[in-house]
Design a protein around this ligand. Structure first.
Ligand code: FAD
Length: 385
């Protein structure tokens, strides 16, 4: 008789891997299926900086620290404050100190977090199956069967889709998804700046794009530039890219030298009608995507993983019970909707050509700068309170 797992997770990115680890630590029987080979190496290349970085909120830092998958200070940028500029001299700056905290967020590399999670998984009782993909699902009243492309068949009481924005698991459920492309790509690259960034994350709403410089250790910074013309950046040679990016930020940190070449990721808003189906739950980008202007995509995903793991710990019984899955969906709805609407609203507000809205958005930023109570609230929201 085949083992029936408590939870079978498809997709071992940051969200799936963290959830597998959290459930294994609870004593649940867990299997993790990842289509690629696990990223177990990469922590031993000190000069190699991943262009894909995340601003991790304090709540998720605590979650990752609890899983023993948190990088040391040599690989972490600290965001002590934010300085946001509008396209017509609007400006707002706020600091973690406004919310009585040491940091608004930490900047961590994708590759380091992934390798740390997979190393922890290797020492956990979770069964990790890498380099295979599922080919079919069959749903039964008390379990789900998953067939893999190596011919194996696995049974589980709860199937979790953590397989990213194009989720195969979601497609099998037939859940309808609303997809709105932004017509922009996020171009990411790392640089070493001439001047100290002072642990400040800088963001410019440029009118035709949104540019962010995130602090990394030393004088390094990581750039995310949301633009309709990604090839105008990715096709540049190193010197021209450095010059273009430094110039777009008014040379606030002096000149740049290139640390990691530019890569582009298409951006879209995705909102499935539901994130649960009988004995199936979706987490991370499989359940939602957001514009990266607030750096919250993976934070929402960790929030899903944390919430689902906490619900299963509290419940103890059948992890695929329908009422439990409905509770998970309700628990996450507000945080996800609020973040999607906020990021989408800001993107649209700063891309409209309407002159009145142009004046309003910049005046709004500058007015808020002089309202300490609202600034404190903004700092608290950035932190995730
Ligand atoms: C330019 C850009 C900048 C961003 N910046 C930030 C930021 O600063 N902060 C932030 O919080 N978020 C940010 N995000 C969002 C963030 O990248 C995503 O939210 C996050 O990577 C989602 O993680 P995930 O584990 O859900 O999915 P993924 O990272 O997509 O992982 C999915 C995993 O599933 C595997 N997989 C897929 N299909 C199958 C299958 N059929 N079978 C088996 N395995 C499969 C894949 O190999 C992969 O390992 C940014 C996004 C972009 C595009």
């Amino acid at each position: 008789m085949n083992t029936c797992f408590d939870a079978l997770i498809v997709g071992g990115g940051l969200v799936g891997a963290s959830l597998a680890l959290a459930l294994a630590r609870q004593g649940r029987q867990v299997a993790l299926i990842e289509g690629q080979q696990p990223p177990l190496t990469g922590l031993d290349r000190p000069d190699d900086w991943d262009p894909r970085v995340y601003a991790i909120s304090p709540a998720n830092q605590a979650f990752l620290q609890g899983l023993h998958a948190w990088p040391d200070a040599s690989r972490l940028g600290v965001v002590a404050g934010m300085d946001v500029r509008g396209d017509r001299h609007g400006r707002i700056a706020f600091h973690a100190a406004d919310a009585g905290q040491p940091a608004l967020a930490w900047i961590a590399e994708n590759r380091w977090l992934l390798a740390a999670l997979w190393q922890q998984l290797a020492d956990s009782p979770a069964q990790c199956i890498a380099g295979v993909r599922p080919t079919a699902i069959s749903q039964h009243p008390r379990h789900v069967s998953l067939t893999l492309d190596d011919g194996r068949s696995l049974n589980t009481r709860l199937l979790i889709g953590a397989d990213g924005a194009n989720s195969w698991v979601r497609q099998q459920t037939g859940i309808r998804v609303d997809v709105s492309p932004y017509g922009h790509s996020g171009v990411v690259a790392n640089f070493v700046a001439e001047r100290d960034h002072g642990n400040i994350a800088r963001q410019w709403f440029l009118g035709d794009g949104i540019l962010a410089w995130l602090p990394l250790p030393g004088q390094r910074i990581s750039m995310v530039w949301s633009t309709a013309k990604p090839e105008a950046l990715t096709a540049l040679d190193a010197a021209s890219l450095c010059d273009t990016v430094a110039q777009a930020g008014g040379r606030e940190l002096g000149g740049f030298s290139l640390l990691t070449p530019a890569h582009a990721f298409p951006l879209r808003l995705m909102r499935p009608d539901s994130v649960v189906a009988p004995r199936i739950a979706l987490v991370g980008d499989a359940a939602h995507t957001v514009h990266p202007l607030a750096g919250q995509g993976v934070n929402l995903g960790f929030g899903d993983a944390h919430a689902l793991a906490a619900l299963l710990a509290e419940h103890g019984g059948d992890p695929g019970e329908w009422l439990l899955l409905r509770r998970y969906q309700r628990m996450r709805r507000e945080a996800v909707n609020t973040m999607q609407l906020t990021c989408d609203g800001l993107f649209k507000l700063f891309h409209t050509q309407d002159p009145l809205l142009g004046w309003l958005r910049n005046t709004g930023l500058s007015l808020t700068q002089h309202l300490p109570l609202i600034k404190r609230q903004l700092a608290r929201q950035a932190i995730g309170f």
